[in-house]
Design a protein around this ligand. Structure first.
Ligand code: CP
Length: 303
């Protein structure tokens, strides 16, 4: 995986994805391995982030790498009109690896085509979030003991939720059944449903969250992505479509875990947090180990 870009989860084969999870397990056992002391990692965030940026930076710090970058493009020369191409060419002179989040779909792919160093996509618009996908896979395997033959319920904004797009594509390698719960306006895009069909797997669409709770192994809740709506009146109509609370969990499977890429707004009530089903905070913690694995593999410090 040395020098590979990670722009879409489909850039990594099933075997490569599983290898990242295995290496991440070794970092969970021993997170402070000083194996990137000669490396500089650039984190370029053109969109807000808490978990992705800070977990990448924590991961890099624990491996001894130095971090440069920005968390707000308003503090970069983008604000003076510099193009993305010129920014990426410049940062390629200063860093061994670029981690980039950008609001435009396709921006990370473009960056990888002009960069002189590997690029990791930390989220491009409503398209892909492959590093979130790998930590989601890690969390599912850790809690369920396997990735195959699971009933996965995705709930909420399946149209704009980039984490759902990446994770659905990855889970198509594992013979899962998909239960898609959304308002009609926020259904999973056709191209992602086509991937499920191409793998000869089943998906079922619902508008009621209660319909999937008894059979799901994983309930993957998502926030309605306000920032992707062109018309905020449309957002207002769907923003409170699903709010999962503790009482609704009665009768769920004992192994069931609730995941959420976070941040949550109100789609999981806080009374769920103390139930044995809540896993979203541990899920975010797993992001550090997965991002350590990715940087170590791409920068050639692990094989
Ligand atoms: N899951 C995720 O991408 O969170 P942030 O937007 O806080 O990075």
């Amino acid at each position: 995986m040395k020098n590979k870009n990670l722009i879409s989860i489909t850039d990594f084969s099933k075997e490569e994805q599983l290898h990242v999870l295995d290496v991440a397990e070794s970092f969970e056992q021993d997170p402070r391995q000083r194996i990137l002391t000669d490396k500089v990692v650039a984190t370029l965030f053109f969109e807000p982030s808490t978990r992705t940026r800070l977990s990448f930076e924590s991961a890099a710090n624990q491996l001894g790498a130095r971090i440069i970058g920005f968390s707000d493009a308003a503090n970069s020369s983008t604000a003076k009109g510099e193009s993305l191409k010129d920014t990426i060419l410049m940062v390629s002179n200063y860093a061994d690896l670029i981690v980039m989040r950008h609001p435009k779909e396709g921006s990370s792919r473009y960056a990888s085509e002009v960069a002189g160093v590997p690029v990791i996509n930390a989220g491009d618009g409503a398209n892909q979030h492959p590093t979130q996908c790998l930590l989601d896979l890690y969390s599912i395997r850790k809690t369920q003991g396997r990735l195959d033959k699971l009933d996965i319920a995705f709930v909420g904004d399946l149209k704009y939720g980039r984490t759902v797009h990446s994770l659905t594509q990855a889970l198509c390698n594992f013979d899962c059944t998909f239960h898609l719960v959304s308002p009609v306006e926020l259904k999973l895009p056709s191209y992602v449903k086509q991937t499920i069909k191409d793998h000869k797997l089943e998906y079922h669409q619902y508008t009621e969250l209660a319909d999937v709770i008894p059979t799901a192994d994983i309930i993957y809740m998502t926030r309605v992505q306000r920032e992707r709506f062109a018309d905020l009146m449309e957002y207002e109509k769907v923003k409170n479509s699903y709010i999962l609370n503790k009482a609704m969990l009665e009768g769920c499977k004992s192994n069931m875990k609730i995941l959420h890429p976070l941040p949550r707004v109100n789609e999981i009530a806080t009374d769920v947090d103390d139930t044995p089903y809540a896993y979203y905070f541990q899920q975010a913690k797993n992001g550090v180990f997965v991002r350590q694995a990715l940087m170590a593999l791409i920068l050639g410090a692990k094989q």
